[in-house]
Design a protein. Structure first.
Lengths: 423, 292
């Protein structure tokens, strides 16, 4: 009897060991700590359930920004990096120069059933450095204008289609903000003014709306672009000066002013959609929505970035064909299940998802999804991108100007000289 | 028993060796490598090209570096002596209490010390929030409008210094309290019998006898505060970092954000020189005071 139990136990152990060996483990790192992180964990769980015994994702969430990218850089240098990771498209030029990323080949794309046609052209271009592809776009995440429908309706700023109207044009927009304030709101709009590197996203959008362009090393804002940059900074500064946008407002305060109803408008990333939808689900929020940034100047244009999926270039430890196939399967599966990712606010990069009827019924996502077609990514430089020297330069130059401590002209001049001095 | 001096020497070497080996491996070797690195244009990872003294030339004309030197020194000035003085004052008051009340008060002063820096950051961020913070009720009557302490440059260092003293003072208080308990009560009794006033008792008895602890506190504080990084980094995040920069933060920024390992090493060498300079200076000053 005992012998039989022992034998059975032995057999089970061998079987389990066999099963464990058969399942390929894919080590996954991301930097998604907010509401989107919770949704990514759910996606990973679903993937693991569906691939039980075949592929298992072992996920770790690290700190967003410089800590994440430092960790990726140092660990891949000694072959201890993950098998798949999230990466900002705007950081790819720097990542490639650091030798952190593996190329994604045409064969890889074919294996995943994806091609250039699966994505928007701007997004597709954003994952290429010097003509080579280094990542697969998973989403695009522009900044958008959140609105409090009740307050806008009271001020007569909701059109016949139920969406905000009468916000286009810089002067018109300021007038609308003043109207909202006159109507009894504490502020007209809430934008981050204590952090110039965050406000950079809006400033960059407004620069683009004026047909402004960025140059590159040594000549970052050629010609009249410095003046356009100053005008973009001055636009936000004028809201603060007019008393319709809180001065020195940090990120959490900005969100709190909107959700508490003190500010009927807010400019922020689509990642805050989860905050709103979670509050709304608990019936703790007014009627809300989000739209593409209004056209304050010549044409619609919005800053955006993309969470991409990339395979690191682990030094001295090339991915085995099995591991590589598993990594590609992970990316493929996520791309095909990006509809759930859209609940986190991000616009799925895979057009097959955004073209689906389910996505088109999703609100407010489907309303602001148009922003992705008017999107502009960070300049393609290793000095630009999230948490880059350019973000720092923006923090230093723009923060005092937004709050009226220096002029927008001086801020633009400082930004230009700081950027041009960088190597 | 007679001992052979050669075997004695051998034993000495064997006993000292573990320390010397680890010290050379973990401290001397990296320090030498750092100095070497500062003469190259190396990225964060991997080798660079020899550039001679280029990094040092760049350092001396780097405005942000000098801002960082000034801010670090200013911070040391704002924290080391005031912080130690506050700790002594609190320790003197706490030592007059006894029993559970003393333990309770001491715990209250020590509590902030166990908090991680992120918690300290969040607490003060909330307290000082320009829209909702309770501290604004104190600020507004004096200034006339709410102030974002972390974005108004003249307010930045003093506030970070104040918070740092609040945060780290518990340890110094504990050291002082231990020092005060070590002063024999007979000396105080004798002083009282001789008709000494409270003031005289402090200046003639307590102060000279507590001096070694004061020196210890000052030294620990000086070395700690010269290495200031986390508070300044967190409170300045996204703001005007070039104006609030401190030295360790600048090393971090150059190494991890700008991928400039060589230049970061150069700043680290400069910080090393500054720490040595400050320490020698302080040692001399304190020795003069002690010899008097």
């Amino acid at each position: 009897m005992i012998r039989r139990i022992l034998l059975a136990a032995l057999a089970t152990t061998i079987l389990m060991a066999g099963a464990a060996r058969a399942a390929e483990t894919v080590v996954w790192w991301d930097f998604l700590g907010g509401g989107d992180g919770i949704r990514m964990k759910k996606l990973i769980e679903d993937f693991n359930a569906e691939h039980a015994g075949k592929i298992q994702i072992q996920g770790t969430t690290l700190d967003w920004g410089v800590p994440f990218y430092s960790k990726v850089q140092t660990s891949t240098a000694i072959g201890q990096g993950p098998d798949v990771m999230t990466y900002h498209a705007s950081r790819l030029p720097l990542g490639v120069s650091q030798g952190v990323l593996s190329e994604i080949t045409d064969a890889d794309m074919k294996a995943m059933g994806l091609s250039a046609d699966s994505f928007n052209k701007t997004t597709w271009d954003a994952v290429h450095v010097d003509g080579k592809q280094y990542a697969v776009p998973f989403d695009t995440h522009p900044i958008v204008l959140y609105y409090n429908k009740d307050k806008l309706a009271a001020a007569g700023l909701i059109g016949a289609d139920g969406l905000p109207s009468g916000l286009n044009g810089a002067d018109n927009f300021l007038a609308a903000l003043q109207k909202l304030k006159a109507g009894g709101s504490k502020w007209g709009i809430s934008t981050v003014t204590a952090d110039g590197s965050f406000a950079y996203r809006t400033i960059y959008s407004l620069l683009c709306q004026q047909d402004g362009q960025t140059g590159g090393d040594g000549n970052w804002f050629p010609g009249d672009n410095q003046a356009k940059l100053a005008k973009a900074v001055d636009t936000i500064a004028s809201w603060v000066k007019a008393g319709v946008n809180p001065p020195n407002s940090d990120y959490p305060t900005t969100v709190a002013l909107f959700t508490s109803g003190d500010a009927p408008l807010m400019i922020n990333g689509v990642w805050e959609v989860t905050t709103m939808s979670d509050l709304a689900a608990k019936h703790k929020l007014f009627n809300w929505g989000a739209i593409e940034l209004p056209v304050l100047f010549n044409h619609p244009c919005t800053y955006e970035d993309s969470h991409t999926l990339a395979i690191p270039n682990n030094a001295g430890k090339a991915q085995s064909p099995e591991k590589h196939a598993a990594a590609l399967e992970v990316i493929k599966w996520l791309e095909n299940h990006a509809l759930f990712w859209a609940t986190a606010g991000h616009i799925p990069a895979n057009k097959a998802v955004t073209d689906s009827a389910e996505y088109k019924a999703m609100q407010p996502q489907a309303t602001y999804a148009v922003a992705a077609t008017h999107g502009i990514f960070d300049p393609r430089s290793k000095l630009a991108g999230v948490a880059s020297p350019m973000f720092d330069a923006a923090g230093n130059s723009f923060t005092p100007a937004l709050n009226g401590e220096t002029s927008a002209k001086d801020a633009a001049a400082e930004m230009v000289s700081t950027m041009n001095a960088l190597k | 028993m007679l001992k052979n001096s050669a075997t004695e020497r051998l034993a000495a070497v064997a006993l000292v060796a573990p320390f010397v080996i680890i010290y050379c491996w973990m401290f001397v070797y990296p320090t030498v490598r750092m100095a070497q690195l500062s003469l190259t244009d190396a990225p964060l990872i991997g080798a660079g090209h020899w550039t001679g003294l280029d990094n040092y030339r760049r350092l001396f004309s780097d405005k942000v570096f000098w801002t960082a030197v000034w801010n670090t020194s200013y911070f040391v000035l704002l924290t080391v002596v005031p912080g130690t003085a506050a700790a002594l004052g609190i320790a003197l008051m706490v030592s007059r209490l006894s029993g559970w009340l003393q333990s309770l008060i001491l715990t209250m002063f020590f509590l902030p010390y166990v908090l991680p820096v992120t918690v300290v950051y969040l607490i003060w961020q909330w307290l000082g929030n320009v829209q909702f913070g309770v501290l604004q009720f104190i600020v507004v009557p004096f200034v006339g409008h709410p102030v974002n302490m972390w974005r108004t440059i003249p307010w930045f260092m003093p506030w970070v210094a104040l918070i740092t003293i609040w945060w780290t003072n518990g340890f110094s208080i504990l050291l002082f309290l231990a020092g005060l308990r070590n002063i024999p009560s007979e000396i105080y009794e004798a002083a009282v019998l001789d008709g000494a006033t409270r003031r005289q008792i402090f200046t003639r008895v307590t102060w000279p006898l507590i001096w070694p602890v004061t020196v210890l506190c000052l030294t620990i504080q000086l070395i700690l505060q010269l290495k200031i990084f986390d508070q300044v980094y967190l409170f300045a995040l996204g703001g005007r970092t070039a104006a609030t920069m401190v030295l360790v933060q600048y090393i971090y920024e150059q190494a991890f954000q700008r991928n400039a390992g060589g230049y970061a090493a150069t700043i680290a060498v400069a910080l090393f020189v500054i720490v040595v300079g400050f320490s020698v200076l302080q040692y001399q000053v304190l020795r003069m005071r002690g010899a008097r």
